[in-house]
Design a protein around this ligand. Structure first.
Ligand SMILES: [Mg+2]
Length: 188
């Protein structure tokens, strides 16, 4: 299978690093229990422009200092030997280098990497069979065009429900969903 895989809050814990640096920038002290929105900056009352200024300043440190989620590296190493792996992240091109260095540092192998916001279009073009992601909007967009998504569970995506959305609360569950889809997807 060709598997598309998101980075932030799917392969790695982005929330902890974002909270740390956004707290520094804002003077607030938000914690994980406050996180109920995919767009974390909205919890700080910032608009898109304010968020971009903070993200451009701290983004490199946020991305370098994020830790892989439990078992993500081990399971990705296994999946890499069996499937085509494309990292698909909405991070801006500004952070391409730190992203690639982080993947190398954590010994995560992949065949392609794409930094793009429109993941559905990218996945259709690259003939990706399944996307692994935490974004509720991606799960809904993909389900609408009958493309399966393995949704890595986060507080802001618990309400997404669709027969083509396979929910995973950890990487062992991701692995099981991949096995299931590899045997049951009618790949053209
Ligand atoms: Mg994500």
């Amino acid at each position: 299978m060709h598997i598309g895989i998101d980075l932030d809050n799917t392969i790695l814990d982005a929330t902890t690093a974002f909270l740390h640096y956004y707290n520094i920038a804002s003077g607030l002290s938000l914690t994980h229990v406050d996180v109920n929105d995919f767009y974390l900056y909205r919890l700080y009352g910032w608009d898109k422009e304010e968020r971009d200024a903070v993200y451009n300043k701290y983004g490199h440190d946020i991305h370098w200092n994020s830790s892989p989620l439990p078992m993500a590296v081990e399971i990705l190493q296994k999946l890499y030997t069996q499937h085509q792996i494309s990292i698909i992240t909405a991070r801006p091109l500004l952070f391409r280098e730190v992203t690639i260095n982080w993947l190398q540092h954590h010994k995560i192998n992949y065949h392609n990497i794409t930094l793009i916001e429109n993941k559905l279009q990218a996945c259709i073009q690259a003939k990706v069979d399944v996307l692994i992601d935490d974004g509720p909007h991606y799960a809904e967009e993909f389900a609408l065009v009958n493309k399966p998504v393995i949704l890595y569970e986060q507080p802001y995506n618990v309400s997404v429900a669709n027969p083509l959305v396979f929910r995973a609360t950890n990487w062992n569950e991701v692995d099981k969903h991949v096995d299931y889809l590899a045997s049951n997807l009618n790949l053209s």
